[in-house]
Write a new protein. Structure first.
Length: 352
């Protein structure tokens, strides 16, 4: 048995020389990342790596056949001074589902969580300080590293966890924005891999995402590939809406990635007395919603004031530039729990 890696000396959260109020969402160099390797039928004990470049075999299955899945989660500096991860156990479950779908070796949940904690501890000074609205974003990446020429799964895998201090994903932060329906491209096939977090799903979204941004829309909305009549999800996040009678509605589709943030919002909505409907959502129903939002780890929540489809403009909440009261309340509660300002009623926050 290889001895557990010695953790680098840690610093106080928020002590790195950074403009914490204007982080944005982009790659930044930090101290190191975590690396675990699966080889000869077993995972090793892991190590901290300073070099951000990864040496891999030219015939690895990630580059040739797309055996690559990833996760996204955040660590927060709380009001009491502690640093905690938001629901890493759920990410551990999701990366397992993703890995199993494309015949990869999934990391055990305890190893996955250990790797995430190691990444935070090694980069503690890069955790944005309490009050900055930022977080330390973790990107666990699992990919096939064994050499294969024929179409078959790898026999070796690498799990990396990198840490990046981030602010708001979308310019303008938590302010309503305009979305465009992506009509010329599909995100995922009904029996494909849309419900898991494989890297190829995001490659397929690059072209339509770029075209949407070039047309002036910061976010795109996909409909189902089979009928083009049902709402599925936004480019990088789940869709949810609030009805006039105060129900929380979110699409149920085999092609939608189950968002941990959305799962949390559904739980909070029920706790607030709302009826939660996880069901097919016809696009024709969108105009009747009083609030619409995108939600996910990276964005947390982005509310939508208009949805454009062809020549049609659908206004939500009257096209107001102010976030609706239900979305605001749910957002405030999630962020309050993450920041340690509100009771962690459901035990979501895990100490590092």
């Amino acid at each position: 048995m290889v001895a557990a890696p010695e953790m680098p000396k840690t610093n106080v959260p928020g002590t790195a020389d950074m403009d914490w109020e204007n982080l944005g969402f982009e790659y930044r160099d930090v101290n190191s990342h975590v690396k675990f390797t699966f080889k000869n039928g077993a995972w090793d004990e892991g190590e901290m790596v300073k070099d951000p470049y990864v040496k891999v075999h030219i015939a690895n299955t990630a580059l040739h056949y797309g055996q690559s899945v990833f996760e996204g989660l955040k660590a927060f500096h709380g009001k009491d001074g502690s640093v905690k991860l938001f629901r890493p156990d759920e990410n551990a479950k999701r990366i397992r589902a993703s890995a199993e779908r494309i015949l990869m070796e999934p990391p055990p949940a305890d190893l996955f969580i250990k790797a995430c904690k190691m990444a935070v501890k090694a980069n503690m000074e890069y955790v944005p300080p309490y009050g900055s609205e930022g977080a330390l974003y973790l990107r666990p990446l699992l990919f096939g590293t064994g050499a294969r020429i024929g179409l078959q799964p790898s026999d070796e895998y690498t799990l990396l966890v990198m840490a990046i201090p981030v602010g708001n994903y979308y310019k303008g932060g938590f302010k309503p924005t305009t979305a465009v329906v992506i009509e010329d491209y599909d995100r995922a096939a009904p029996k494909g891999v849309g419900a898991v977090k494989v890297a190829g799903n995001y490659a397929a979204d690059m072209m339509p995402n770029m075209l949407a941004k070039q047309a002036g829309y910061p976010i795109g909305l996909y409909l189902d590939a089979k009928t083009n009549t049902l709402v599925e999800e936004f480019s990088t996040s789940n869709f949810f809406a609030v009805t006039e009678d105060n129900k929380f509605v979110t699409p149920d589709s085999p092609a939608v990635l189950p968002s941990i943030t959305n799962k949390s919002l559904m739980q909070l909505a029920e706790d607030e007395g709302m009826v939660v409907e996880h069901r097919p959502v016809p696009f024709d129903e969108v105009s009747s919603f009083k609030e619409v939002a995108a939600c996910g780890t990276a964005v947390v929540m982005t509310t939508i004031k208009q949805i454009v489809k062809g020549g049609e403009i659908i206004s939500i909440n009257g096209g107001s530039d102010e976030t609706g009261p239900v979305c605001q309340a749910l957002y405030d509660r999630v962020r309050g729990v993450q920041a340690g300002e509100l009771e962690d009623k459901f035990g979501w926050m895990m100490p590092v």
